[in-house]
Design a protein around this ligand. Structure first.
Ligand code: NAD
Length: 245
């Protein structure tokens, strides 16, 4: 029996990629496509899992409706405020939720490598993250860059609110040891590039991932949906789906 999928944000770039890629999964069937102005409440009973790649303000309402109807949800949307994220994670006792800033296998490998490199290289290396996305992206820095920064902050035991330097301008003084630079570049049709730089006197390590197709995120999210229908209520990420924990 196939798993029935409802896509929210269906007319967007990711929504369209999900609809196209779902055709290659024999065990999945898209039963409803919901965008702004459509009524999710009217169709939610038809699905097993909702896949949401919409807008940060919309997702908490989608999660609420899923919790009310006991439907699992895979969330790809990024750019949540602290309150929005809290509203989402608070529903983990009611339904299974996968929340991931990036669904590509390559980026989840980058997450793993970033943690390892930060642990091996130690506190003498300066940390900088650079990301580039297409000109239409609405949030910055990207959700993926935010996850990379959280990993670096976790290994170095740094409070990100104090450690982050969003770009630099003017007479900012010498770089302090405790800061992590983050730089968001926007332009053209770039699907998503992320580089983590570890720089010390005399040497530099750079870890880079470049996505050239949205299908990599779509296929990962569809794989997560397939996995999620068999899970208990709880909060999961793509590392859980890939069995990397
Ligand atoms: P997009 O702007 O092309 O599409 C978003 C769609 O959501 C639009 O069609 C819009 O009309 C719709 N929408 C807005 N409010 C809605 C609502 N209330 N209900 C239903 N639909 C609504 O954006 P995109 O490039 O497809 O990206 C969507 C989100 O996914 C962004 O937050 C982006 O950062 C994120 N993203 C995540 C990953 C990942 O792997 N986690 C990958 C790519 C993009």
């Amino acid at each position: 029996m196939s798993t029935k999928i409802i896509i929210t944000g269906s007319k967007g770039r990711m929504g369209q990629a999900l609809i196209a890629c779902a055709k290659n999964f024999s065990t999945l069937r898209v039963v409803a496509q919901i965008d702004r102005d459509d009524d999710l409440a009217a169709v939610i009973s038809q699905g097993d899992v909702v896949i949401d790649f919409s807008f940060h303000e919309a997702t908490p309402g989608v999660v609420e409706l899923c919790a009310k109807n006991k439907k699992a949800i895979v969330i790809g949307t990024t750019g949540f405020s602290v309150e929005e994220k809290l509203a989402i994670v608070n529903r983990q006792s009611a339904i299974p939720i996968v929340l991931a800033t990036n669904y590509s296998t390559g980026v989840n490998t980058l997450f793993w490598l970033t943690r390892k490199a930060a642990e091996i290289l130690g506190p003498d290396f300066d940390l900088e993250v650079v990301e580039m996305h297409h000109r239409l992206k609405k949030d910055a820095p990207s959700g993926t860059a935010t996850t990379l920064l959280e990993i670096l902050g976790d290994v170095r035991k740094l409070q990100l609110a104090e450690a982050l330097r969003h770009g630099r301008k003017g007479i900012v003084g010498e770089r302090t040891r405790g800061e992590i630079g983050i730089h968001a570049i926007r332009g053209g049709d770039v699907v998503g590039d992320h580089t983590v730089i570890f720089a010390n006197a005399g040497e530099r390590v750079e870890l880079t991932h470049k996505a050239s197709s949205r299908d990599t995120f779509a296929n990962g999210a569809l794989r997560a949906a397939q996995w999620l229908v068999q899970q208990k209520p709880g909060l999961y990420d793509m590392q859980d789906v890939l069995g990397l924990k």
